[in-house]
Design a binder for this molecule. Sequence first.
Ligand code: ACO
Length: 329
Amino acid sequence: MGPSIAILGTGSYAPAKIVSNHDLSRLVDTSDEWITTRTGIRERRIAGQHEPTSELAARAGIAAIVDARLTSADIDLVVLATVTPDMPMPSTACVVQHKLGIPVHAACFDLNAACTGFLYALEVARALLVAGRGRHALVIGAEKFSGFLDWQDRATCVLFGDAAGAVVLGRAVDSRHGLLGCNLGAEGGATDLLCIPGGGSLHPPSAHSVEHRQHYIKMKGREVFKSAVRVMAGAAREILEQHRLTADQITCVIPHQANRRIIETLSKDLEIPLERFVINLDRYGNTSAASIPLALDEARRAGRIHAGDISLLLAFGAGLTYGSALIRW
Ligand code: ACO
């Protein structure tokens, strides 16, 4: 067992531009009623032309550093979870390092686990700190999904939004507090449920890939819905059992924000009242890797998390990846 690692600060950023369901109904054949009843989403934020993922990430990152009462000079590691990087290469983490003036000794890299990306990044950063690779890690989930949405496909373009969330990790003052555990997994046979097929080595960018709209997200919504409930409920039960905790000891659940009905089903399945779930997808939609750190930051700043509380973080995403984490504050 290494030292206990804790979240020392949180931050988030969402672009200013709000796009409502009504706005979308002027673009594709949809309605506020359909989107609200099927998903719970009312509006989402869309980043401007000069706001790439690195910009959203840097703003969330500096907010987390300030919240931790540190400066950029204190950061030894940057792990950035995203599926919408500024460019395939170099990593968006390096761009953020430069924007924030984080020292050159810091290791900086991106990580892709889709909507589970933040939990993967949290665990990787925790393990690197425990292994002695620095004192403080900046862990960011950031997405500019609007650039990868097919604005002619009503089944997907209404679901996603742009945002970033971040945390700073460091030694816990009290070893009983901090990140208690994290379980990660993947069902790699389900890659076709949710993917952006074009732009990689399988289907490199070409006139054909553009013509066939392969650079946009494709999703089998119903199947993703069912898998999401199954893997998140399983991940929750597993981690609670491992830590000998019961559902009533969890004061706050921060699930990936994809669909309100998924969260309601989880609440029933796990017998944890819906009031204990943090839900902000009505205002942001699904922001992929940004969704959990954004919800976590909002919950903390709204006074929903107190010293001694135990929070459960739950995620699923393309891959199909999934994960759970427990934090004692
Ligand atoms: N407006 C109006 N009608 C629509 C819209 C829309 N925006 N989108 C789809 N429809 C229509 C469909 O065409 C279909 O019409 P049809 O019956 O005439 O064929 C009908 O509505 C029902 O479509 P379904 O896809 O069966 O609707 P469902 O109730 O399953 O809801 C939804 C769809 C909201 C996508 C749901 O399946 C869902 O939330 N799935 C999970 C998605 C998710 O979590 N994705 C994020 C993954 S995380 C990541 O890694 C990125």
